[in-house]
Design a protein around this ligand. Sequence first.
Ligand SMILES: N[C@@H](CCC(=O)N[C@@H](CS)C(=O)NCC(=O)O)C(=O)O
Length: 262
Amino acid sequence: MASVDKSIHSAASGVAAETAAKHSKPASNGLVFYSGWFCPFVARVWIALEEKGIDYEYREINPYKKEAHFLAINPKGLVPAVEHDGAAMYESLVLLEYLEETFPSTAPLFPSKNTARAHVRMHIDQVVKKIMPSFYKTLQAQQEEEQKEARKTLTAAFKEYAEAFPNSSKPFHGGDKPDAVDVALAPWACRLFLLEEHRGGPFQAAEVGEAFIKWRKAIQDWPSVKAVLSTPEKYTEVYQRYLNDEAMSEAAKATRSGGVIP
Ligand SMILES: N[C@@H](CCC(=O)N[C@@H](CS)C(=O)NCC(=O)O)C(=O)O
């Protein structure tokens, strides 16, 4: 098994580098955002910060180094993490809710009605339990048959995800603009080109449904999603280790052993 190439994870590129540079100074609200430019879990939180227009200080971390100063923020050593109001917090989906509750006057990502909020959480649960495991399985599978099987499960989950949006005439779960359901999956939508290039070609409507095709285009074109994107070559570099099933991240190890993605 190849060892982790720590040099790959040095800094964001493209538009993401510009966005990070705009947030290189301490933020007016004291919020520190611990990021890894390549990480889709980070991107969820980064998109939310951008979408809501919340001030933040961007700090790039290489979570594979497990440095003591970062372990003091997140003992699991995973990005994303946030320090705010005298507390350290982590877990991307928890952070989405934290930002929503702490900055109530910013653009909402969760609906105000309790039942609608429960539906948003149920939908996100499907992203976590159905889409993410089959995404990584498709990425890491080495045998063609295994790749095809994983892709079939993934595309069925994509279809189900978009066809369950409350308003089928709108591109997003949130309607005309993304909400937390859209943000929870957006970073993986931006990495689908890797599967298309290496795991069976473009995703067609016959496979994923028209609603998913429409959603994918709309979410990739959304400004706060584009704002956190590095250049495709850099993702290809990072994900090559997943494609070779040599990645040593917690997510990759869990996928390999049939465990739960952390
Ligand atoms: N459940 C966590 C997952 C975070 C995660 O796995 N982050 C990866 C980068 S994409 C990481 O820090 N990996 C370091 C490692 O696996 O040691 C979340 O939603 O925030």
